[in-house]
Ligand binder design. Structure first.
Ligand code: SAH
Ligand code: MG
Length: 209
């Protein structure tokens, strides 16, 4: 990954360590041969820069990144990951301007389609087989299951389902992402191909799920 883009990604606010981001970059670069790359959980665009730079390096289509931009439970006022300057005048979280600014700084605005909306709603409207679905949205069991059930069926054979925040030890973080990662493996349709930090990358090896 280009050094300047790496710097922009490292400086962007968000929750994507550089080693995991570089793995996303490498997988996105490979995945576009199978189909487009889609992300659930844009936040301020940090992971999006890694994905879009990877897809662009391979001459792939723009990355689709979905977020309602209102933050997850842990980003709300009074919660551990709340960042007060993300509140708009109405006192509501709005990460969309920050995501747009990050992509502009990276020179990647033309390489990303930002979708503002609810992930399961978008999944129901979706019809294009994906080369990569990167799930990094809300971390309740209900939300993670909805993301899995909504997006795993759209991953093409040979494409990858990547899940963030998979922690083996519950003291490191919530277990909902780990449960959908296990569900994908237990379905028999996915095989693990990579693990970096809390990132897991699974390739679809069989149809169905
Ligand atoms: N990938 C980001 C971090 C994502 S944080 C990074 O690299 O920094 C999780 C994001 O998921 C939040 O921005 C939140 O608004 C979004 N989110 C939570 N539930 C969602 C839903 N149902 N639909 C769309 N986005 C959702
Ligand atoms: Mg995450």
């Amino acid at each position: 990954m280009d050094a300047e883009l790496r710097r922009v990604a490292a400086d962007a606010r968000g929750f994507m360590p550089a080693d995991e981001g570089l793995a996303l970059h490498a997988w996105a670069q490979r995945a576009v041969a199978v189909g487009p790359v889609l992300e659930i959980g844009t936040y301020c665009g940090k992971s999006t820069v890694y994905l879009a730079a990877g897809a662009a390096a391979a001459g792939g289509p723009p990355v689709v990144s979905i977020d309602h931009h209102r933050g997850s439970a842990e980003h709300q006022p009074g919660w551990p990951y709340h960042e007060p300057d993300l509140l708009d005048e109405a006192g509501t979280i709005d990460t969309l301007p920050h995501a747009r600014a990050t992509l502009a700084r990276a020179g990647l605005e033309g390489r990303v389609v930002l979708v503002v909306g609810d992930s399961p709603q978008v999944a129901r409207l979706w019809g294009t087989p994906l080369g990569m679905a990167f799930v990094d949205g809300a971390h309740t069991d209900e939300a993670a299951a909805a993301d899995y059930e909504g997006w795993a069926p759209h991953v093409a054979c040979g494409g990858v389902l990547a899940v963030h925040d998979v922690f083996t030890d519950p003291s490191e973080g919530g277990q909902a992402p780990r449960r959908i990662y296990r569900r994908a493996l237990d379905s028999g349709a996915f095989a693990e191909r990579d693990a970096v930090g809390s990132l897991r990358v699974l390739e679809r090896t069989a149809s169905g799920w």
